[in-house]
Design a protein around this ligand. Structure first.
Ligand SMILES: [Zn+2]
Length: 219
């Protein structure tokens, strides 16, 4: 048990040590650093965090992090809006953007189906993805999920949901707005260049770019 000379110090250390990968000892070091540096700098950090938390938006289309209602990718007319890359997290969007090989748009699920962690399809942005497929003219859905059991389960669930949008007779889905029929989007998965159980965001740009280029159709 550390004996803190100040309750304020103890409180700050306690808050910082809640961050992932930060133990009590590191938290103490960071807090003392914040105390020793210029006051303005520490206040600028505190303000940036407070503003981030209160003013950040999530894109109403793709749920990516954004400063406005629509993120920069969704608002960009030069992006291919008929190609939607489905990812687990915002970090995955950043990883794929870093490859500079993708010109389509995204859909951030917010995680993967994981019964052990109590995460079901309803806890994720799957229904909003189906709404986009019913509403927009989407040519291809790329499932860029981590090659884990949970990632595979989620990909397969989404694939089945998309198939279920088709009327049993033909390979067409009904447009929710115009009532017209159009072909079901092609569903593709990343090539398995990514090692099993790797998180997408930790894959290097070249490997991830290759996996994207070598994607295969899901049957
Ligand atoms: Zn967006």
């Amino acid at each position: 048990m550390v004996n803190y000379p100040s309750k304020l110090l103890e409180k700050a250390v306690e808050e910082v040590s809640r961050l992932p990968g930060i133990g009590r000892r590191s938290a103490m070091r960071l807090v003392l650093h914040l105390l020793r540096q210029e006051k303005e700098q520490t206040l600028a950090l505190a303000e940036a965090l407070a503003t981030l938390r209160s003013e950040v938006h999530y894109c109403r289309e793709c749920h990516n992090i954004s400063d406005s209602e629509l993120c920069e990718v969704c608002a960009n007319p030069r992006r291919d809006h008929a190609m939607v890359c489905v990812v687990q997290t915002i970090e995955d969007v950043m990883a794929i953007e870093a490859t500079q090989m993708y010109r389509g748009v995204y859909h951030v699920l917010g995680g993967v189906i994981s019964p052990i962690d109590g995460i079901g399809p309803r806890d994720l942005e799957i229904e909003s993805l189906m709404q986009r497929i019913r509403r927009d003219n989407i040519r291809e859905i790329i499932l860029a999920l981590s090659p884990t059991m949970e990632g595979d389960t989620t990909g397969f669930y989404i694939f089945r949901q998309i198939q279920a949008l088709m009327p049993s007779a033909g390979e067409e889905i009904q447009d929710s707005v115009e009532g017209v029929h159009r072909p079901m989007p092609k569903v593709t998965v990343l090539a398995r260049g990514i090692a099993q159980n790797d998180e997408l965001q930790y894959t290097d740009e070249i490997t991830l770019g290759r996996a994207l280029a070598g994607r295969t159709e899901m049957k």
